[in-house]
Design a binder for this molecule. Structure first.
Ligand SMILES: Nc1ncnc2c1ncn2[C@@H]1O[C@H](COP(=O)(O)OP(=O)(O)O)[C@@H](O)[C@H]1O
Ligand SMILES: [Mg+2]
Length: 365
């Protein structure tokens, strides 16, 4: 096909492959005002996920393809980011100030949920989104450490709601602020579920595109509360390549499917070990676990992070790798995971209420 009308141009644009996220442009972006007149093609492309560092290459790619397709000499692409709200569980209402809640979960502890959550949240923010992180791990809240804000307490101006803490450009709230992690679990148990509900609904989140929820391990009470009370638009499952970790991750994945929360995909942490002496890269935990899970459950592998001592040193000391070494290959791997996660979210169903709103706005133009 050779595009010769405005609508052909729109269709062609939608069919262009975005290699960085392995999606068609039309899956993760909205094309507006496509026009072809004489030897000039124009269009506005609204990307549904943050990827500022990719904009130049995406614009070039689109322009080259359009030139080849239409024969036009002048191509004017107006590339924008527009992150919209996505559908949540049927009976729940979205939270004020938060467009999309993405839960980061795993069947098992110690696989790197908190580390991945922290760095992905920072990567989404550096790529152009407004991001918050909610630490829901009652067994060991780690975000205050990772964000370098240990001991800081959220303030309440009205006695009813709390202002989120701020760190590295993120809005941060931790269940550790409401519940003393040193208290025995029997006391904490009943408080935990209401605390998660409170943290999501009674924090004054300010215009977030994404709220990343760092979940505790397992498929217990907190997960149930999340599924029943928190309007979640997607989840990401963290695994490590060891078989045993993927067995647990499979349970987690199956649970979210059961409660109709979209599983955006899997992130494999500690995929390979890079020797700090010789740079040799080794799959010490074995290979193929995430691929097998991806095939069995028909979900995407959205990212792979190496096992690297710098990740632990930097992240555990309050300066996650995305902040400590933003130009490193590791930071680039987090950035790529962030594009893939947010693109997977962009490809999901949009929220019905906001869709309806858009139609009304367009009709009144
Ligand atoms: N890719 C990685 N390379 C090296 N250390 C890591 C990596 N991911 C996580 N860690 C370290 O492993 C430990 C457990 O990670 P954490 O994110 O707290 O796991 P979880 O939240 O799943 O319990 C932390 O000390 C963390 O710094
Ligand atoms: Mg954790």
């Amino acid at each position: 096909m050779t595009a010769s009308t405005d609508s052909d141009v729109g269709k062609f644009l939608n069919s262009i492959d975005l290699l960085a996220v392995d999606r068609k442009l039309g899956e993760v972006a909205r094309v507006r005002d496509a026009s072809l007149s004489g030897d000039t093609v124009k269009a506005t492309v609204e990307l549904g996920f943050p990827c500022n560092s990719l904009h130049d290459s995406i614009r070039d790619r689109i322009s080259d393809e359009l030139r080849a397709e239409t024969g036009a000499e002048n191509v004017e692409i107006n590339l924008q980011t527009r992150i919209i709200r996505h559908a949540v569980q049927k009976n729940l209402k979205p939270i004020d100030g938060v467009k999309n809640i993405i839960a980061v979960a795993s069947g098992k502890g110690g696989v790197g949920k908190s580390t991945v959550s922290a760095n992905i949240a920072l990567a989404l923010a550096t790529e152009g989104a407004s991001v918050g992180i909610l630490d829901a791990d009652i067994y060991g809240p780690s975000q205050p450490h990772m964000m370098g804000i240990v001991g800081e307490q959220p303030v309440s101006e009205d006695g009813k709601t709390m202002l989120p803490l701020r760190a590295h450009g993120l809005q941060v709230m931790s269940i550790g602020a409401l519940i003393d992690p040193d208290q025995p679990m029997v006391w904490r148990g009943p408080m935990v579920t209401s605390a998660l509900d409170q943290l999501t609904h009674q924090t004054q989140w300010q215009d977030l595109d994404y709220l990343i929820v760092d979940m505790p391990p397992g498929t217990g009470d907190i997960q149930l509360t999340l599924a029943q009370k928190v309007p979640v638009s997607g989840t990401v499952i963290i695994t490590t390549p060891q078989n045993i970790a993927t067995i647990d991750a499979r349970k987690g994945l199956a649970m979210f499917r059961k409660v109709s929360i979209p599983v955006l995909g899997i992130v494999e942490n500690m995929s390979t070990h890079v020797c700090s002496n010789c740079g040799h890269e080794d799959a010490i935990f074995g290979e193929g676990g995430a691929e097998k899970m991806s095939r069995d459950f028909d979900v995407r592998v959205l990212g792979r992070l190496p096992l690297d001592a710098r990740i632990r040193e930097q992240t555990d000391s309050g300066k996650p790798t995305m902040i400590a070494e933003p130009e490193s290959a590791i930071a680039q791997a987090y950035r790529a995971a962030a594009w893939n996660i947010s693109a997977a979210q962009a490809a999901e169903r949009t929220d019905h209420s906001s869709k309806f709103g858009t139609i009304v706005v367009e009709a009144s133009k």
